[in-house]
Design a protein around this ligand. Sequence first.
Ligand SMILES: [Zn+2]
Ligand SMILES: [Zn+2]
Length: 325
Amino acid sequence: MEKKPHAKQSWFRNIEKNLGFQNDIKWVNTILITLYHVLFIYWPYHYAFPVKWQTVVFAAIMYVASGFGVTGGAHRLWTHKSYKATLPLKLFMLMLYSSAGQNSLLNWVRDHRVHHKYSDTDADPHNANRGLFFSHIGWLMLKKNEAVIKRGKQIDMSDIENDPLLRFYEKYFQWFKLLFCYYLPTMINVWFWGEDWKTAVAWQCFLRYITTFHSELTVNSLAHAFGYKPYNKDLKPAENRFVATVALGEGWHNYHHAFPFDYKAAEHFDFFNFGTTFIRFFEKLGLAYNLREATPEMINSIAKRLGDGTPVHFPLDSENERAVG
Ligand SMILES: [Zn+2]
Ligand SMILES: [Zn+2]
């Protein structure tokens, strides 16, 4: 039977329009995200305790490891090409990225490149001008608007699309995600220290997964709403210590939008910038190379012209030798 051309725009669309939504709802995503959050309360409430200490420590390790897969891998390596990685490190990063259970790498990189190029405009997938809920998680529940789709198609993705390793990874991404985000992190608790599987699920699939997920999302929401703007006061992204702490150094977001090619995603070193610590560690091992940074001259000149007056180069040089050296 022939389908009506606008069959989709039925009563669903009318409800959405009446509620004032600018985009169609992705119902599957919305239901899954809601259900996951309901289970996030229900399952750990019933099964998180008693727990073996190893399970808690391993959940913390996985929080950092999966977070690093996103910040050090999808973000600083593949989106911004802020450093180069050897094959073993790329494989390791892909494993860590899978363990974060996010969108496919191709989508992640495209969305993020569009986000930088059209920050906080209609073409930004998580335009912060549409409010905290939208920029945090709402954008994952809605279909992209025309501007986002159009600009997304124009973004150069050839480096990702032509990389045979990433093509292979993309093809089997859902399997890698299932294995490294859910199955292995859960079963390691069961195999190695005899944790009850329900407790292991509570700590890995809910407590660790959901906290990593939200901490990464705060970069798009909170770091685009609250904080200082020492590098460019005309940008919405701001320096936000809370986000930097939970998102492994990704909250120095005014700096990052001013100098997206800098592998530190921050001017200063801070303890929680595990992204930077690990990239430097891998550089020492010879697995990461060509680390790119903004020079103090570039920082000074931009901060002087565009900053909000908050001092830069602080805390001073001893903690920050790489950035000023
Ligand atoms: Zn941003
Ligand atoms: Zn970025």
